[in-house]
Design a protein around this ligand. Structure first.
Ligand SMILES: N[C@H](CCC[C@H](N)C(=O)O)C(=O)O
Length: 356
């Protein structure tokens, strides 16, 4: 005879426990509560009796107040698929989230899911704001190109600003100035590239002027040609190996080769690595394995480093379109001021709150 249990108690759909912890699975069964059970049991084994107790009543605190303490409000943004959790941290110079919490928040199964967490903090000296970022592995990089475009758009929301705006942002890479364009894209003065090997940093043997341009780097037994550039954060750019001078980036197995570059002994602070294919003298195609984040759909500082490396190796002019899996970035390494300019989108994905 089939065992059947029917419960006579209807359940609240919105359980405060679930609302405060949206990642906790909603279960219709509130164990710990006693219910009259009408059951028509014939079981092939002694029937299991289900005893449920009433849930502990939470203290008489306003539901919203209970929710607010320990809850992080955020806005999810993305720039060409490089996605970030943005946090309004204007009221404190200490990030609201620890690196360990950032790892959980960035997890795409048990968290919000992102390549990093970005904070808008108060400015210092003559800057409007400060940007700090934790990668999805919890490490803190100096700078993030796609991230600062998202940060600029986030600031316009926070401050209810409209139309063209520019901000002076203090970052680990120094002063960075993003400018909201009339079409909504963001143009960023990314500052000057750093080519001096010890400042990248890399221990790859350098040229007389201290730069590392089309130098040999052996990774996993293969001899690669690499050019190293810092945009505040380290980048190792390769257009090919001794065996294959011209890469077809769609053939690169990033998960295999990426970590071997990232953790190579010649990069004391690890490195971001860009694999580049030259399409024309103004069009590059790129794949990236990011330090502390792995394969991403786009890397803004990486695209800047790639154009600098391409000019230094003689592949392109100074103004290029860099094609990434997430879409194109416009990059110019301007001769007049030696600054690199990056232009691209930044979009809101959703608004949310999450228990910390
Ligand atoms: N993972 C990078 C930081 C983020 C860079 C990238 N997302 C960008 O858009 O520049 C690093 O550790 O240097």
């Amino acid at each position: 005879m089939a065992a059947s249990i029917s419960l006579t108690q209807s359940f609240r759909l919105r359980d405060p426990l679930v609302a405060a912890h949206p990642f906790r699975l909603a279960s219709p069964f509130r164990f710990g509560r006693s219910f009259p059970l009408s059951r028509n049991l014939s079981s092939r084994s002694p029937s299991a009796s289900m005893s449920v107790q009433a849930p502990k009543k939470s203290p008489d605190v306003e539901f919203l107040d209970r929710r607010e303490s320990g809850i992080l409000h955020f806005v999810k943004y993305q720039g060409l698929g490089n996605d970030f959790i943005l946090v309004d941290n204007r009221n404190s110079s200490e990030p609201k989230v620890t690196p360990e919490q950032a790892v959980k928040l960035c997890d795409r199964n048990i968290g919000v899911g992102a390549d990093g967490v970005i904070f808008v903090l108060p400015g210092v000296s003559d800057t409007d704001y400060t940007m700090r970022i934790f990668n999805s592995d919890g490490s803190e990089p100096e700078m993030c190109g796609n991230g600062i475009r998202c940060l600029a758009r986030f600031i316009t929301e926070l401050e209810n600003l409209h139309g063209m705006q520019s901000f002076r942002i203090h970052t680990g890479a120094g002063l960075i100035v993003p400018e909201i364009q009339s079409d909504g894209k963001v143009k960023v003065d990314m500052g000057q590239p750093i080519l001096h090997a010890p400042d990248i940093p890399t221990t790859i043997p350098a040229n007389k002027d201290g730069s590392v341009i089309k130098a040999e780097l052996v990774v996993d037994g293969i001899s690669w040609n690499v050019t190293c550039v810092s945009m505040g954060n380290p980048h190792c750019v390769t257009f090919g190996s001794k065996k294959c001078e011209a890469l077809h980036v769609d053939d690169i197995k990033l998960e295999d080769i990426g970590p071997k570059f990232e953790h190579h002994e010649m990069f004391p602070s690890r490195t971001n690595t860009e694999f580049v294919q030259v399409i024309s003298r103004s069009h590059l195609k790129m794949r990236v394995w990011e330090r502390g984040a792995g394969a991403t759909l786009a890397c803004g500082t990486g695209a800047c480093a790639v154009v600098v490396a391409a000019v230094l190796e003689g592949h392109t002019e100074r103004h290029c379109i860099v094609e990434l899996p997430g879409g194109p970035l416009e990059i110019e390494w301007r001769e007049e001021d030696n600054h690199v300019y990056m232009t691209g989108p930044a979009e809101v994905v959703f608004y949310g709150y999450v228990p910390l």
